[in-house]
Design a protein around this ligand. Structure first.
Ligand code: BEZ
Length: 304
């Protein structure tokens, strides 16, 4: 069985018609029918109900269709991914979620750039879920995100678990209290979450943290991005739960308070194409761990 057989079968199943499938494949209909027959002979099962018009798939045909589509998609991704890994002029594209810019990303990039000066580095702001697609089609080489998204084509490394804090409007009743606050203390407030799209996103991570503690925010306001959430906190529209590094976003109208809430953390994930062993990735990981060690940040060293 060759990829060609899968392509032909998927075209017939999608179009539910041999003539249209042959047109889509740019071949004549008789060789298409012969190839499908060959495929059924090789598998020893009937995939298409005999004489059905429009084409109807048997149970085995439906099963084969689903898996053949997945295999074809993987083959297309493999092509894009291999071309990216084998590139001659060393380009390195980094995908990141906006919040990492307030954490260590700038320092990591400065050090990496200074050490590997010939590398052509580009940056792409992408939600974690968008990073997965961008890795697969070769638009980026590494993604720094916050969600644990399972995908067999992607290798994820947990860099660290970043504590969460709460952003309050200046003058808020909790802003002046000593010590950290609890999530229950803010569950009666309007909660600003971001990004609204694409989902699942960091917004769902925050909502899950409330849910896991049997808390229901009084009102949830979904906004497009981090800066809007913080801006609206400043305007007194509500509170936001953000990663600790956001403290670096200094505003006169916002106060950040630590949370006394074990487990209220957001992971920082390093995502790459499965099996990609490009030296840039190992070097980037090395720079990250070096910075963590200098700053005394808890982490576990992983290798690619
Ligand atoms: C961090 O803050 O730990 C971090 C941010 C971006 C990339 C890697 C690590």
């Amino acid at each position: 069985m060759e990829l060609r057989h899968l392509r032909y079968f998927v075209a017939v199943a999608d179009e539910r018609n041999f003539t249209r499938a042959a047109e889509r494949l740019n071949i004549a209909q008789p060789p298409l029918s012969r190839q499908i027959q060959q495929l059924e002979e090789e598998l020893g099962v009937v995939l298409i109900e005999k004489g059905s018009r429009p084409v109807r798939l048997t149970e085995a045909g439906k099963f084969f269709h689903a898996h053949a589509q997945e295999l074809l998609e993987q083959a297309a991704n493999l092509k894009a991914m291999t071309q990216r890994v084998g590139k001659i002029d060393r380009k390195f594209a980094i995908g990141f979620v906006a919040s990492t810019l307030y954490g260590l990303l700038p320092e990591i990039v400065r050090r990496f750039r200074a050490r590997y000066q010939t590398l052509d580095i580009s940056f792409h702001e992408l939600a974690t879920i968008e990073q997965i697609a961008a890795l697969k089609d070769g638009r980026i080489d590494v993604g720094f995100g916050r969600l644990r998204i399972e995908d067999h084509a992607i290798r994820r490394i947990l860099l660290r678990e970043e504590p969460l804090i709460v952003a309050l409007p200046v003058g808020h009743r909790l802003a002046g209290v000593d010590g950290p606050v609890r999530l229950a203390d803010v569950s009666q407030e309007a909660l600003l979450v971001y990004p609204k799209q694409p989902r699942p996103s960091y917004a769902d991570q925050v909502l899950a943290i409330f849910r896991e503690r049997m808390l229901l925010p009084q009102k949830v306001i979904e906004v497009r991005e981090l800066q809007i959430a913080i801006g609206l906190v400043g305007a007194g529209q509500g509170v936001a739960i953000v990663p600790k590094s956001l403290q670096g976003m200094i505003r006169t109208d916002v106060v950040y308070k630590a949370l006394d809430e074990p487990g209220a953390v957001s992971p920082i994930m390093f995502s790459v194409r499965q099996m990609d062993r490009s030296p840039e990735l190992t070097n980037m990981l090395e720079v990250i761990y070096e910075i963590y060690e200098e700053m005394g940040i808890a982490h576990t060293r992983h290798r690619l």
